[in-house]
Design a binder for this molecule. Structure first.
Ligand code: FAQ
Length: 353
């Protein structure tokens, strides 16, 4: 653990989660218990207290005792989530200079900035677990930490910006609404705010698609082509089938995950297919069919070989996405240095006064 990480663990343990997101971020029913953890209690008692908190739907807070595997599990998921938000800026960022009007450009810029903000909340929330943002980013750059597979597909046309908002943000919300009840306090509070913004993102994407679908034959074809290319990768966002999901059993037991990959994927399909119908677009799945008995859509099998390729670093844009992130970090190094020097200068002045 780096010196900076150790400082962060110390701060997180000594301080409350309110210091991470501020008191204003908490809802009335979401106030963490501030009773100090009985750190000198025997391990079985600590584990029993942790299990009880999880069972009674209390949030686990940064200063609370938690099993090491839980800490690692939350950190893995939160850091991957943070990386997804930030890498996810690239496909849409690609269209900021080419948006079809000033109005669309300002909306898209605000949306992409929101994603940066989501990354920042999540990195801050993850830092409460005793690692630094620098360490998390180093793991991303070394290929040790993943980010959502969807962002390794190219955004080829303006309709792709619509499809990303409609489908990718749409899938993200379905997942994140359930994560508002995740057991780790800072993560669940970050999700409340993020969901509000993602919901706006989803609508703006759908509205782009609606306008294109109502437009000329060429515009409608562009919208259909975007749906054709983004549909299956959106379904992959929910991860492997429950039967193949390495982390689900533990994560569900800890209430880190509240609903399974397949349950969330089905919910996304059920809510999105009627939206496609309304704007006259066709979901590219010949096996898609309403199942009256189950009250759900049946749908075709995902290409899992493609999914595995993408999450192993071999998707269409994996290398480009990481190279861009590394370049942007290097290019911003002088800004971070200048900020540290400025901070030091002011601290020295305050101390001298
Ligand atoms: N892509 O055992 P499971 C957004 C990996 S935010 C890449 O089922 P788990 C906003 C998984 O990490 C989108 N890797 O894993 C936005 C694990 O590998 P590991 C991000 C994936 O964690 C919109 C292995 O496969 N949202 O889009 C994927 O229980 C527009 C085994 O899988 C979140 O991160 C995948 N799709 O379930 C931004 C939500 N699926 O770690 C910009 C939080 C699985 O052992 C523009 N995360 N893997 O090396 C979660 O809910 C979960 O982590 C899942 C995966 C559901 C993603």
């Amino acid at each position: 653990m780096s010196e900076k990480s150790e400082r962060i663990v110390g701060a997180a343990q000594a301080d409350s989660a309110g210091a991470v997101f501020g008191e204003a971020e908490r809802s009335a029913g979401d106030v963490p218990s501030r009773a100090p953890s009985p750190r000198c209690a025997p391990p079985e008692a600590l584990l029993a207290a942790f299990d009880r908190k999880v069972a009674e739907e209390s949030r686990i807070e940064p200063g609370d005792w938690m099993p090491d595997d839980y800490r690692k599990g939350v950190l893995r998921q939160m850091s991957q989530h943070a990386h997804s938000e930030v890498i996810g800026m690239q496909p849409e960022g690609n269209w900021i200079t080419r948006a079809p009007s000033l109005h669309r450009k300002t909306i898209l810029m605000a949306k992409v900035q929101d994603e940066a903000g989501h990354g920042l909340y999540l990195y801050s929330a993850a830092e409460t677990l005793g690692t630094s943002r620098d360490d998390m980013i180093a793991a991303l750059h070394a290929g040790k930490a993943k980010y959502a597979s969807i962002f390794n597909y190219p955004s080829l046309t303006w309709a792709d910006v619509g499809a990303i908002g409609w489908l990718v943000d749409g899938a993200a919300i379905v997942n994140q609404v359930s994560l508002q009840r995740t057991s780790y306090g800072p993560y669940s509070r970050a999700m409340v705010r993020i969901c509000k913004e993602e919901s706006f993102h989803q609508r703006q994407g759908y509205q782009i698609m609606m306008v294109l679908a109502r437009g000329s034959a060429e515009q409608k074809a562009m919208a259909q082509d975007a749906l054709d290319r983004w549909w299956w990768p959106s379904l992959m966002m929910f991860g492997p089938h429950d039967s193949e999901s390495a982390h689900s059993a533990k994560s569900m037991q800890w209430k880190l995950k509240r609903e399974s990959n397949d349950t969330l994927r089905q919910r996304f399909v059920d809510q999105t297919v009627p939206q496609a119908d309304i704007i006259g677009l066709t979901v590219p799945d010949p096996e898609l069919k309403w199942n009256e008995e189950l009250g759900h859509y049946d749908f075709g099998e995902i290409d899992w070989a493609e999914f595995m390729q993408v999450i192993s670093g071999n998707g269409p844009c994996n290398r480009q996405r990481l190279a861009h992130h590394i370049r942007a970090k290097d290019d911003g190094q002088w800004v971070r240095q200048a900020m540290h020097v400025f901070e030091e200068k002011h601290r020295a002045r305050r101390q001298a006064a």
